[in-house]
Design a protein around this ligand. Structure first.
Ligand code: NAD
Length: 477
């Protein structure tokens, strides 16, 4: 008989992920040995290296964890933060395994971490740290297009990915697929259009899909559809900014933004681009003219009136300490692990829906997968067929015009004829992945009345898929 309580977390983030896993595992019928194999981190590499700073030498601590090699390569971002520790990297690597499985991206999960606050280092020092980190991974065979492929995460972006690609390329002369060793690269270095915004765009699509299911919205007392829904976003970095941008584009109203320096709120809506501009100019979101209220304690921003909360900063932001004061009906987890298991249970009990991180923020890894494919193909999506498609469409339209005696306007003509760009193909693949995966998770939940939330359903789906991969190896019956 299924136990509807998630075991309370004793130690940390990895235990939280394992608690979610164990809770979901009871709804599957795999052997305990297989479940243990899936759950454990296969390889945990902690290393340290010295770097020269202006005023001496500093020893940097870093990690790369490969959680599961049931599929190759493994994949996961590199976090640059002074809060990074082994437990966190293990938890994030495990989440990557489940995330890739749920959105059918054929990778195992991995994660990296460098324990620094990037703001405390010069550009040259950051470059030295990143290149040295990459060399350490190369030395231990922890990076490569067929082995383990990092990507950006909290505190890192295109710039760091370029340094990694260049270092790997330099140390692997003649390796044809070398640039597939890392994703999230800038376009000029064989990145892919749409990768930077992919995670946030995916969060917005996931939220729209959830809000579009009328039956589920009526059950929690919200009208269906995203239009006019009030959203609070925590974190105005890559994921938070792009989530806010696309949610607003899809018709929602961004009423609150929380950053580490404080929070701003306006029930009539905030102009996200203007907030970003203000923060660039002043170094803070506080003091923004378009806000009606502001809070020096950032966490209070999460508790303001809204329909949807998008935590897109760090883990453990919604806990038993604040969950009762959260007014949102839907939490769309842009960040990894923002809701503790106990808080998640409490939120579901009071009638809320959590769109779980392992699905909600999977847009990034989905488009990283497209970038990796592009690097292996050595050709941009759309390059071979765009003009061919346009010629075929033009011929077809001319024939229809001739047969019907009706001419399209020039605007209609170019709309119908136009072949897809790389960005359009990427966005189409992302949208398809997010929509299909949402309904796959929801179906699992509907099929078993004892599964009480989307996170448990997502874990059940992932565990089943990973178990099948292991069973195909012929080790487990
Ligand atoms: P980022 O560094 O670009 O942005 C994070 C933002 O959060 C920063 O602006 C930072 O100032 C802010 N922040 C930090 N502490 C805060 C606090 N206590 N309250 C409010 N704001 C705070 O990082 P990111 O890439 O946007 O990653 C954010 C989260 O999304 C992480 O959990 C990461 O693992 C997850 N994620 C990122 C990606 C990706 O493609 N970048 C993909 C999947 C998941």
């Amino acid at each position: 008989m299924a136990d509807n309580k998630i075991a309370p977390n004793a130690n940390g983030f990895f235990d939280d992920v394992c608690a979610f896993f164990d809770h979901a595992a009871q709804f599957t019928n795999h052997s305990p040995g297989l479940l243990d194999q899936i759950k454990a981190c296969n390889s945990v590499y902690h290393f340290q290296f010295p770097i020269r700073k202006q005023n001496g030498v500093e020893v940097i601590h870093a990690w790369r964890v490969e959680h599961s090699q049931h599929m190759s390569p493994t994949k996961g971002g590199i976090r640059y933060s002074e809060m990074v520790n082994q437990d966190e990297v293990m938890a994030l690597a495990a989440l990557m395994t489940y995330k890739c499985a749920i959105v059918n991206v054929p990778f195992g999960g991995a994660k990296g971490g460098i324990k620094i606050n990037p703001k405390n280092y010069s550009l040259t020092e950051l470059e030295n740290i990143t290149r040295r980190y990459t060399v350490e991974l190369i030395k231990k065979n922890f990076i490569g297009p067929a082995i383990d492929v990092p990507a950006p995460d909290y505190g890192s972006g295109e710039r760091e990915m370029s340094w990694i690609a260049d270092t790997y390329n330099t140390m692997n002369p003649g390796q044809l697929d070398a640039l597939g060793c890392v994703t999230g690269k800038p376009l000029a270095l064989h990145g892919i259009a749409g990768r930077k915004e992919a995670t946030g765009r995916g969060v917005a699509i996931a939220t729209r899909e959830c809000l579009n299911v009328a039956e589920d919205m009526h059950a929690i007392g919200l009208s269906p559809g995203l239009a006019g829904k009030r959203v609070i976003v925590q974190g105005l970095g890559n994921v938070g900014y792009h989530s806010a941008k696309y949610l607003a584009e899809f018709g929602a109203s961004i009423v609150g933004i929380c950053e580490y320096e404080g929070a701003i709120y306006n029930p009539d809506g905030l102009d996200v681009e203007e907030v970003v501009k203000h923060r660039k100019e002043t170094g803070s979101i506080l003091g923004f003219q378009g806000a009606k209220e502001e809070f020096k304690v950032s966490a209070i921003g999460l508790e303001q009136d809204c329909d949807i909360l998008v935590p897109a900063a760090l883990e453990n932001q919604i806990t038993l300490h604040n969950v009762d004061r959260i007014k949102a009906k839907v939490i769309a987890e842009g960040a990894n692990g923002p809701t503790s298991p106990e808080a998640g249970e409490a939120f579901t009990r009071k009638g809320g829906i959590i769109i779980p991180d392992m699905y909600c923020n999977a847009g990034g890894v989905t488009v990283s997968y497209f970038e990796w494919l592009k690097n292996l193909y050595h050709v941009a999506f759309g390059r071979m067929d765009k003009r061919y498609e346009e010629t075929s469409n033009r011929n077809l339209i001319s024939m229809i015009e001739k047969m019907t005696g009706t001419d399209l306007t020039p605007e209609q003509r170019s709309m119908v004829i136009k072949g897809p760009t790389e960005l359009e193909l990427v966005n189409s693949g992302l949208e398809e992945t997010m929509i299909r995966s949402y309904h796959e998770i929801r179906e699992i939940k509907l099929r078993n009345s004892k599964i009480e939330d989307l996170r448990t359903a997502a874990f059940v789906g992932s565990i089943d898929k990973i178990a099948i991969s292991y069973m195909n190896l012929g080790i487990w019956p």
